[in-house]
Design a protein around this ligand. Sequence first.
Ligand code: GLA
Length: 478
Amino acid sequence: MVTEVRQEAAKAGVQPVPGPTGMHLAVLLFTSAVSVGTFALDNGLMRTPPMGWLAWERFRCDIDCEHDPKNCIRQATIIHSHVHTVKLLFERRLVRENLFIDMADRLSEDGWRELGYVYVNIDDCWASMDRDEKGRLQPDPKRFPGGIPKLARYMHDRGLKLGIYGDMGTHTCGGYPGTPLDKIKIDAQTFADWEVDMLKFDGCYSNATEQEQGYPLMSNALNATGRPIGYSCSWPAYQGGLPPKVNYTQLGKICNLWRNYGDIQDSWDSVLDIINWFFENQDTLIPAAGPGRWNDPDMLIIGDFGLSMDQSRAQMAIWAIMAAPLFMSNDLRTISSGARSILQNKMAISINQDPLGIQGRRIIKEKSGIDVYWRPLSKDDSALVFFSRRNDMPYRYQTSLKKLNYTTGSYKIFDVFTEKTMTLKDSTDFVVSVNPTGVVMWYVSAPAKLSLRQLYKGGKLQGFAYNDDENSIPPVFL
Ligand code: GLA
């Protein structure tokens, strides 16, 4: 069947990506997800990709709280005051100038938490340069005077979770104290004592041998604390992201997610570079992902300075196809309504969060600069993304569901960003207009469900005939 589809695709002038495509692949991947799943990190966490906010890309290592109080990495400042009322006033003010508290407030008050964005993650530059007298990491006393437990409590009181950052090595990438091999146990215990919910474990200042020991040791140490702590490993990113240096079977057993590739920056070039790497290596990466174990192409930069609205939709759509963790790194206090509505798009989020947890793939890379991505979803549904690499004007891409390996009749289509719906036969040619560096994203409902709905429309049996008067949108979908 796959060969037939290929021949047909070749006739139609499209180039399917080599290797198994279409529904056969879904079955194949699903089987492997189930069998490998039993060995996954045994903390029961992150059965769907984690979602939340992470400080790094937008706020970096800004520790200049004197000149940049709103944006620096801190929990609060110490203000000594003998007059009680003045102190309260000050405290209220400083709470407003606190990055992590601010983001927690936004997540819980602006509709993010209900959509699944629950992690508030501290990145580098939170720590004091010195460990305490017992050898434990401690936060910078000026910037985190209340300590991390207070921050964790603030999150938990609001139904949010707190993430923290560490580094397998002598120093963090920003030059703060790292976690060398002999400090792994004590640091895991410290994070658990602080009631932290997630650890991003970076890999600066260590070699391959130390990493090979350190990442599994930290996994065990976190499990041994008895506190469920989501574990994000940067290990593969330090080893080129590919076998034989990277063992994805092992990673799936010890980490909940892992960074495979370099850091995202606030630019379209950077997003495109990441997309290219992940899909060029999709045959290696797709089987690694599944419930509890995710490839992490890095943060969402939607709402920052580098992406147009089309590019923002493209990042959201392709991260959803990839079953990527959705950690926004932006300023939720000032985010535009356009960026917010892309990040809060319920259909895109539900595609990202699909419980089957099968990472999607690029099925077509056209010479014209159009890529088509496909992700199988639960209940035989699926998602499609048409992506344009072009730089000229909206491109009218003509294809049919049959050419995209759909073979079972009529499907209900829901356009994720325009919210239009239509019904489409697999054999019908249609045209999508894709903006330069933009996407069209579809949620495709399985034919079985459609025919049942059609069949019993209005409570009466309608017969078997294909009936589209309910959705009389023509097959040109602009
Ligand atoms: C590395 C990581 C980034 C960030 C910085 C912090 O570069 O990949 O995500 O955590 O370190 O210094």
